[in-house]
Design a protein around this ligand. Structure first.
Ligand code: KG4
Length: 314
């Protein structure tokens, strides 16, 4: 009988459930409901609100998933859930849900590191080549990892302050694009537009990652251009200045870590990995690339169940 790992994700504003076949590591299905639209009116995620949405959605998604594939609990071998990092009250919903199912149906539980799920998520659609440098860029995380295998994942560096997605969201809110704003900035970005550089000098790749100064510079520039009649589409102008600076400098960081660790395979995952300019810049690098599919860039349970299959001893 084919056996599946059930994955549960609820670390932020996406409630998600997935089934991954334990031996082939192939995804059967992933169902996700996001509460981002509801959060939009507050300009960011309200943890209490997100947790209540998870509580509502997870049970409905489970019913839907089992019915859709006509599955019984005999076909589910393990229950994997996002254990950390994430918003604590959101994480607790998946944890209690997973523990309850585990108790009722006598299934082993696998608490999964959400970031490791992101790191392995390119494997949902392609073969993974080890070792590799992984960049995880989401609304909560901006970090480089050296990945030798599923057991040896070393953090190389992470942002000192804002995550990349968070920086996009803050700038997007400032210029009136709402939450989440990363995709909207990306859509307004126009590489052909002639713009100034956000800061006079590019950042040194040897220096730690920090985005607070860049956000402040973008805010100041936004105020400055309000009275500039020659800039017709002010949102597109600011989006282009911001995205060009932040992604060009991130690309320099990527090159730095590949060279420093002497590794020729690079992987990228997390919500901001969907960014078109970032993807283009990485595509231009002469290295082996492993991209998470667009649909698995954002938080999802497929990556949680998939990473769990790497941890299960056969
Ligand atoms: O991984 P993810 O779904 O979950 C969180 O960490 O919350 O990432 C969401 C983040 C948000 O900050 C969103 O603005 C950003 O990813 N994002 C993007 C793009 N699509 C989503 N940022 C830049 N460009 C995009 N195309």
């Amino acid at each position: 009988m084919i056996q599946y790992v059930l994955g549960i994700e609820s670390s932020c504003d996406d409630s998600s459930l997935a089934l991954v076949e334990i031996n082939s590591k192939k995804l059967l299905d992933c169902l996700t409901v996001s509460s981002a639209e509801l959060q939009n009116q507050y300009g960011g995620v309200v943890p209490e609100l997100a947790a209540r949405e998870h509580e509502k959605h997870l049970i409905l998604l489970l019913q839907k998933l089992l019915e859709k594939h006509n599955l019984t609990w005999d076909q589910i071998s393990h229950i994997a859930y996002t254990d950390h990092p994430g918003l604590i009250n959101c994480l607790l919903v998946a944890k209690i849900f997973a523990q309850t199912l585990s108790l009722i149906f006598s299934k082993p539980l696998l608490p999964i590191n959400h970031v490791y799920g992101h790191i392995f998520s390119p494997g949902l659609s392609q073969k993974l080549f080890f070792p590799f440098i992984s960049l995880v860029v989401s609304g909560k995380t901006t970090a480089f990892y050296f990945v030798e295998n599923e057991k040896n994942i070393t953090l190389l560096e992470e942002t000192l302050d804002n995550a990349l997605g968070e920086s996009y969201d803050k700038v997007a809110r400032k210029i009136g694009l709402g939450y989440p704003g990363g995709k909207k900035i990306d859509e307004l970005f126009d590489e052909k537009l002639v713009v100034i550089s956000l800061l006079k000098n590019q950042l040194s790749p040897q220096k730690p990652i920090s985005y607070s100064g860049i956000i402040t510079a973008a805010n100041i520039l936004w105020e400055k251009i309000q009275n500039n009649a020659s800039i017709t589409d002010k949102q597109a102008y600011l989006a282009t200045v911001f995205q060009k600076f932040i992604i060009d400098n991130l690309t320099n960081k990527i090159k730095y870590w590949l060279c420093h660790k002497n590794v020729s395979t690079f992987s990228i995952a997390g919500g901001v990995a969907a960014n078109s300019y970032l993807r283009k810049k990485i595509n231009d690098l002469k290295i082996r690339k492993m991209f998470a599919e667009q649909e698995f860039c954002q938080d999802n349970a497929a990556m949680i169940a998939y990473f769990a299959t790497w941890l299960i001893k056969k």
